[in-house]
Design a protein around this ligand. Structure first.
Ligand SMILES: Nc1ncnc2c1ncn2[C@@H]1O[C@H](COP(=O)(O)OP(=O)(O)O)[C@@H](O)[C@H]1O
Ligand SMILES: [Mg+2]
Length: 242
């Protein structure tokens, strides 16, 4: 077991965004985390990455309780995440943006730059390394977001809708990148709305609804699950009547 989160609760005022969620991740897995908007997926990621401290529950990573540790401590232990709304330094070159991640483990600029260059090549950004991050297209921004996470040399990467907003050709390229990350030995949890992405990448799908895991299993079986369909349809009906 690489990570085990149990009974995670995070409340915003009277809203329980995460309401007792449990998730165990084995080393080498690709887990797809799905569920309607507002289900608590990003907040749960924030708990796993140490950005948000849960009010209840425990997160055990490689045998140690990391629940109350800082985001930096999570990163140091090997957990990296991407943000649903990327926050890149738009005026800074792509290379320098990636170096920000590399500085976690490399304290001297030349070593951080070497690490950044390696990750830039791996993520297919070599041509744009010297260009300002703000000049990248959608796929380039996704690559950069992933590169910054990889530059911290993680063992577990949490992708929060890192593939959203891409056209089919770009999606295929992004899927290939995620596959190569997995092939490099990194464990992944992917939040993604496009089911084709989950079906092609994840070995296991976990469904979030109202802050809880309501179904889990092989992706193809899970998306046929009645409770899962109900969760999505419910959300759709609510949107329509809103
Ligand atoms: N910082 C916050 N303050 C107040 N409410 C929040 C905050 N972050 C998320 N929420 C609420 O928590 C619920 C879960 O949100 P989120 O974790 O972003 O869900 P998802 O990623 O599954 O769409 C939503 O109702 C959202 O509005
Ligand atoms: Mg989200």
């Amino acid at each position: 077991m690489l990570l085990e989160a149990s009974g995670i609760v995070k409340q915003f005022g009277s809203l329980r965004a995460v309401d007792g969620a449990c998730l165990a991740i084995d080393r080498g897995e690709v887990v797809g985390l799905i569920g309607p908007n507002g289900a608590g997926k990003s907040t749960f990621f924030n708990c796993l990455a140490g950005e948000v401290r849960p009010e209840a529950g425990r997160i055990i990573y490689k045998g140690a309780d990391i629940t109350a540790l800082s985001p930096e401590a999570h990163a140091r232990r090997g957990i990296a995440r991407t943000w649903q709304v990327p926050a890149v330094f738009a005026e800074m070159p792509v290379r320098d943006n990636v170096m920000v991640g590399a500085f976690l483990r490399h304290h001297h600029a030349p070593a951080a730059r070497r690490k950044a260059e390696e990750v830039i090549a791996f993520t297919g950004l070599a041509q744009q390394a010297g260009a300002p991050a703000g000049s990248l297209g959608t796929l380039g921004r996704k690559r950069l977001e992933i590169a910054r996470a990889l530059a911290t040399e993680p063992e577990l990467v949490l992708l929060d809708e890192a593939l959203a907003g891409l056209n089919p050709t770009e999606t295929a390229a992004a899927i290939e990148l995620v596959r190569s990350i997995h092939a490099a030995g990194i464990t992944l949890v992917i939040v993604e709305h496009v089911m084709a992405v989950i079906l092609s990448l994840a070995q296991r799908a976990v469904v979030f609804h109202q802050g809880k895991v309501i179904a889990a299993g092989p992706p193809a079986a899970v998306i046929e699950d009645e409770a899962v369909i109900e969760a999505y349809l419910g959300a759709r009906f609510r949107r329509r009547s809103a």
